[in-house]
Write a protein that binds this ligand. Sequence first.
Ligand SMILES: Cc1cc2nc3c(=O)[nH]c(=O)nc-3n(C[C@H](O)[C@H](O)[C@H](O)COP(=O)(O)OP(=O)(O)OC[C@H]3O[C@@H](n4cnc5c(N)ncnc54)[C@H](O)[C@@H]3O)c2cc1C
Length: 366
Amino acid sequence: MTTFAELTTLRVGGGARRWVEARNCDDIVSAASAVRGTGENWIALGGGSNLLAADSEFDGTVIRVLSEGIQIESEGADRTLVHVQAGHSWDDFVSWAVINGLGGVEAMSGIPGTVGAAPVQNIGAYGQELAEVVHSLTFWDEQRDDVVTLTNADMDFSFRHSILKGARRGIVLDITFALTRVGTGPEALGRPIMFEQLASALGVAVGASEPLGAVRDRVLELRCSKGMVLDANDPDTFSVGSFFVNPIVSERFSRTLPADAPRFPVGEDEPPRYLAPGEDVPPLSTQPRAIKLSAAWLIEQAGVRKGFALPGSGAAISSKHALAITNRSAATADDVFQLAKYVQAMVQSSFGVLLLPEPTLVGLSL
Ligand SMILES: Cc1cc2nc3c(=O)[nH]c(=O)nc-3n(C[C@H](O)[C@H](O)[C@H](O)COP(=O)(O)OP(=O)(O)OC[C@H]3O[C@@H](n4cnc5c(N)ncnc54)[C@H](O)[C@@H]3O)c2cc1C
């Protein structure tokens, strides 16, 4: 019997009433449309890297999106449109783009999962996010039972969010990306590096540009050091990556936190940054501003350390990253869930911030 434990990176979760493997757009649409007709529950499954399913059986159909393929659609002066099937491995696509001298996704190297799931939470890392490169996508819309084209503007992208996180149910069939042709030589440079840690790993200043391949290599190194690249020999990677979303709070609320809490102003004109050591918190701006906090910092300061496990549990906080909950030794979904609840309660009672889960929960609610 197939189980979520076999098909998810957390390696937990029970079976489902029915599993369907769909290898092309037509198969995906006919499987989804057929389930819709029965009124049964269903869920799409890509690489299972952002999903926590309960130990009990899912009373519905799991549609596994397994379509693959990359195709250049058009070459323009300022952009190259590339069409990718939903089931294609995200990192395989990034690697292809880098090898072919196409910029825009290189800092998102090493993120597990499929291309089709990437817009669901607007994946991002090291200063790049999906919303910057999506031109449009083809989508089976459950409400209409029809295939529609959604433009970037239709997606309502924001930090780890899109319209597909709840508001619009359906399945992404393929995505057209708008990438920048930069070439492959050492003189062919990608987008400016906007993430301090990555700039420092590359030995350049924030805002400098580096060759795509160098960016990809450094990002993969940084991610490996945090257990953020899947590795069958490293249990720190048996996770969903970050379990909680970095919370966004008002500037006024952020001032109730200790002075050394990392704060990233979320503004259109202002790139995110840490306050320099010793720098005063700037005066309140006249405009209300939103501030992104570091969930990892909140968790550690609430007393939940890397490697922490509840007694008798197979789940533990990653030994490399406080934000990842990992399956150490035959954990159950309940082990993972109880640890997540514990972390949530510790942060809420210490700082008054409710951390929200990043992965899709199936048969569970946090
Ligand atoms: C080690 C590790 C590191 C990670 N690092 C990052 C990171 O740096 N940045 C980041 O943003 N994320 C990160 N993640 C999370 C995860 O990789 C991404 O969210 C990824 O996009 C999930 O893809 P998936 O195919 O595995 O989705 P799944 O886990 O299969 O599904 C996730 C959600 O998307 C839905 N879904 C899947 N396919 C489709 C489709 N074709 N159409 C519509 N809905 C669909 C599912 O129903 C579910 O709700 C990390 C995860 C791990 C395990």
